[in-house]
Design a protein around this ligand. Sequence first.
Ligand code: M6R
Length: 600
Amino acid sequence: MCGIVGYIGNNDAKEILLKGLEKLEYRGYDSAGIAVSNEEGVHVFKEKGRIADLRKIVDDEVFAPTGIGHTRWATHGVPSQVNAHPHKSASGRFTIVHNGVIENYDLLKKEYLPNQELKSDTDTEVVVQLIEHFVENGMNIKAAFVQTLKLLKGSYAIALLDDQNKEVIYVAKNKSPLLVGLGDSFNVVASDAMAMLQVTNKYVELVDKEIVIVEKSGISIETLDGEVISREAYTAELDASDIEKGTYPHYMLKEIDEQPLAIRKIIQEYQGQDGKLTIDSAIVEAVKNADRLYIIAAGTSYHAGLLGKQFIEKSAKIPVEVHVASEFGYNMPLLSEKPLFIFITQSGETADSRAVLVHVKELGYPTLTITNVPGSTLSREADHTLLLYAGPEIAVASTKAYTAQMAVLSILADVTAKSKGYEPEFDLIHELGIIANAMEVIFEEKEDIEKIASEYLATTRNAFFIGRGIDFYVGLEGSLKLKEISYIQAEGFAGGELKHGTIALIEDGTPIIALATQESVNLSIRGNVKEVVARGANPCIISMKGLEMEGDRFIVPAVHEMLTPLISVVPLQLIAYYAALHRGCDVDKPRNLAKSVTVE
Ligand code: M6R
């Protein structure tokens, strides 16, 4: 979702900000802007559309050593030039960029700014006008900033320029991610470290309800109550090449291809010196001590959670519930006596998941985050973290994080099971190695998979994915992948469920993608395929070596039955990718979607 960058130093800020915003493009946005400050004043350039559109209107002649930038994913007000950030206060003295949602902006406007005319429809403009209002009423800028922040309800990451003090960027956050990066005679602000990796890899994490005064010579952090905070910087362990596309046409394809590497890296990271899988003993104890695990996640991570439940219940024999994060608050189940909450989140920033984390922490329950991003909000705020080691995932459609989540969950299940004294049914390291190799075998069949996409999905309005047992969960993920990047209405169903309603939608040629990787349900899922074929559906059966039958459209290599989702999802990811290409869609930046969903 929205992204923020800022720079204060001696060089021209424009290009640094624009490059930073380009690195944040993956988060999803619909307009962008920068404000740069020099002796002449604060110059704002903003535009609807892509950074490339913004670049066209930025005045090359302006040299300014300080600036802030923003990519906006519309929440309040349509995507437009007027609603794009930065926003200026009425007098033009203050300029702001903001991520998040100010829930009480309307009330604040009525109470403090009743006669103020606003230029945009955004909640953000109220914030900058409010700061100016307090300054006009006698406060200094810092006091006005703090006073404003204390009134805000909701989430925010803010960077603010004051035209009367060009030596400072004022920064604050609550619930929305924001970092300050440290350089030699310059400092930067960024929603994530990737944006400013071009100039520094040293970052300081910000905590909710703090303000940071960022100057080129240093930074100072205070709580809203004025307590000075000192915090060490950390080094972002990111390689700039990890976030480049290289020779790939799209990040999504690159990330699909990186899955074997990610699986091998996970094996390596979770393998102890004795060659056995190992996990921090405090985490294993936390899992063992729980009488029930509650997995909380959204989207693809939720789908990984459904499979994690299978792994953990089968191997470690601990009951697991899996909940959609955004619903948990309304439909909170009756909790067991000793719950452990496990948050699965690629980004570590998903607001829906974080809301649950905050709530269950208030209730005093132990928490574990499984994430791809060290130092992310959910990682910092949970008691424990397990990392995915998948490398940065840039494409909006999650691929390698999903298989990494399943791999890490299988390791958690395996290590916990052994620690409880259960004899493992198979050697997980060996089986994960087979998975990595099998993924590479599938990549050799990309041409065939591309044909499947064009045969079945080039023009269709809708598509259904069916499976039984764990294949059903993989179908859910396959349908999410397809719909989010190709805009085909795709739904996943348990094989037996279609005939309870959805079969009414089957018409001549409706594509049905059926998964058949489980011996125990192989015949039943094929029975379901026959039912839809009898009504005109166009079936595409994806089966596993050893279970294949005549007419199957694609056969994945054989892997351990419990781990088939790690392999059967790969052709589905590729089908979605090629279908989106055939339909002329923007694969990496699908419409309306954001990579990091930082508002509830
Ligand atoms: O960062 P998270 O894993 O918490 O994100 C959750 C979902 O927003 C995410 O998986 C989303 O569904 C992806 N676009 C799926 O490809």
